[in-house]
Write a protein that binds this ligand. Structure first.
Ligand SMILES: Cc1cc2nc3c(=O)[nH]c(=O)nc-3n(C[C@H](O)[C@H](O)[C@H](O)COP(=O)(O)OP(=O)(O)OC[C@H]3O[C@@H](n4cnc5c(N)ncnc54)[C@H](O)[C@@H]3O)c2cc1C
Length: 459
């Protein structure tokens, strides 16, 4: 057995690195946050490069097989989250890659519709149809590529961003590793879309990585998919005997050793199984390895239990495990504003609001504040210039992050980051000097909804 080395250090020899590109905006990480930042920056005229460590885009929404894009409305008839999130779905609809209520049905309390969609988690709220979509991850990879090409983003896949180049407190480029070796790209603005805030340490930006070990976002996962299922049959069974179904799910968790939640997909015969593994850190290679090994054991036990005990899984088989580890939370930027749980509970509005989300877990009363607001300052580091975050590393306390780091949230945050970067470059100003009113106006022009936000001109 190999013993872990004691923690002596060794000096890596300095060397010259090729600069392979020079861009206006360099985005590292092609998940919901990073991809959206790159699209928005390029559509607003910035020469943009997007680096992604894997061979596909989409982050958790594709490689993580997290295929529910939820809570884009609040029970009313209007979408609350639109912009690029809605564009993803509209493009996917055209290739048969979604299962979602039609836009005319959002907010409806029609009994037949409600009973049909109640079978899908997150599609009904307070007795009304909610805008939640289930998507095909392989088709989503294709449409994200299409969007990148259409917007003129230069894409480098299989490229792992390692650290940033900082001069005089300003981030000026990114080093990355690939099969072509170690290279550098220079940029006016660097956007950290890694989800995990991988660039924050080398940028000298302050961050917080403390998580309450019981929170959803502190837990890792390895999603897997099952084929030859019949989701509607499972729903019939669950509705016929909810207590028995609950008992079976309890038995499944006990037998497998952790909670496993079978969920639907756009295909009735394919399901994905969500899971939550506590006590591991997604920025530790040891813990990532533990997760991959442990979860595959759990998967085999869980699948055996499902096959033997739960109607619909009798003849099912394991299709695949997600190529990307399920990472829900890592480093959170310390930004010019750090969003708190209290801000969300009280629906605090900000003059620099760049995204509005339905408040999750809200009580039914119409008087209760129903939205939460994200300020642009939560994407801007306190002291480092030339850097923004896009996605789940936005500046927030643990609980606020836990409440607003879902896929549509990260798309919206990314769209704002890319748009802000393009404004800063066009106007030759620092990212922290971007005029909120101009940013909000540009977001509205791009189909983003900012309900309840009164646009204020800042001079
Ligand atoms: C198991 C699980 C279930 C979830 N369930 C849901 C759900 O049902 N619905 C929902 O909306 N949300 C869900 N979430 C949360 C949601 O998926 C994430 O919060 C969201 O995807 C975050 O988006 P992001 O762009 O910030 O990060 P990510 O999706 O993690 O994307 C980051 C991207 O950056 C790349 N990257 C990372 N580091 C580097 C690097 N150093 N260099 C280059 N590239 C890099 C990654 O490969 C990835 O493509 C779930 C998460 C998990 C893990």
């Amino acid at each position: 057995m190999l013993e872990e080395q004691n923690r002596d250090t060794i000096c890596e020899p300095a060397r010259d690195i090729d600069i392979c590109y020079q861009a206006d905006v360099v985005v590292v990480g092609g998940g919901p946050g990073g991809h959206s930042a790159a699209i928005a920056a390029a559509r607003n005229g910035a020469k943009t490069i997007l680096l992604e460590r894997y061979g596909h885009l989409g982050g958790m929404a594709t490689g993580g097989i997290v295929i529910q894009i939820p809570h884009m409305s609040d029970g009313g008839t209007e979408p609350i989250i639109a912009g690029l999130a809605l564009e993803w779905l509209e493009r996917l609809d055209k290739v048969g890659g979604t299962l979602r209520p039609s836009m005319q049905d959002i907010g409806s309390d029609d009994a037949e519709l409600v009973s049909r969609w109640r079978r899908f988690m997150g599609n009904v709220i307070n007795g009304r149809i909610e805008h939640t979509a289930w998507v095909d991850p392989e088709l989503l990879k294709c449409i994200l590529n299409d969007m990148t090409e259409d917007a003129g983003v230069k894409l480098l896949l299989h490229s792992w961003g390692t650290r940033v180049l900082v001069e005089d407190g300003k981030v000026k480029g990114v080093f990355f590793e690939s099969k072509s070796g170690r290279q550098a790209i220079l940029g006016e603005v660097i956007i950290d879309g890694t989800g995990d805030g991988d660039l924050l340490p080398s940028a000298g930006a302050d961050f917080d990585s403390v998580w309450d070990s019981t929170s959803r976002s502190s837990m890792l996962a390895l999603v897997f998919r099952l084929g030859n299922c019949d989701y509607q049959k499972l729903c019939d069974y669950r509705e016929g005997d909810p207590d028995q179904y609950q008992q079976l799910m309890k038995g499944l968790a006990e037998y497998a050793g952790t909670r496993l939640l079978p969920l639907p997909s756009p295909r009735n015969d394919v399901m994905w199984v969500n899971n939550w593994i506590p006590g591991l850190d997604c920025t530790s290679v040891e813990d990532l390895t533990t997760l991959e090994v442990k979860m595959r054991k759990i998967m085999r036990k869980g699948h055996k239990f499902l096959k033997e005990n739960v109607p619909t899984f009798e003849n099912s088989f394991i299709i695949d495990t997600a190529p990307q580890t399920g990472t829900r939370g890592a480093r959170r930027l310390v930004g010019e504003y750090v969003i708190t749980e209290e801000d969300f509970k009280t629906s605090k509005k900000f003059e620099d609001t760049i995204a509005v989300f339905p408040r999750l877990g809200r009580p039914g009363s119409i008087e209760t504040p129903r939205h939460v607001y994200i300020p642009y300052r939560a994407l801007v580091p306190v002291k480092t210039e030339g850097l923004l975050v896009a996605g789940r590393s936005f500046a927030s306390d643990q609980m606020a992050n836990n409440m607003a780091n879902l896929i549509p949230h990260c798309i919206a945050i990314g769209q704002a980051a890319g748009t802000a970067a393009s404004i800063a470059i066009n106007e030759g100003i620092s990212l922290r000097k971007v005029d909120y009113h101009t940013l909000q106006k540009k977001l509205l022009e791009q189909g983003v909804t900012l309900p309840g936000v009164i646009l204020t001109e800042i001079k």
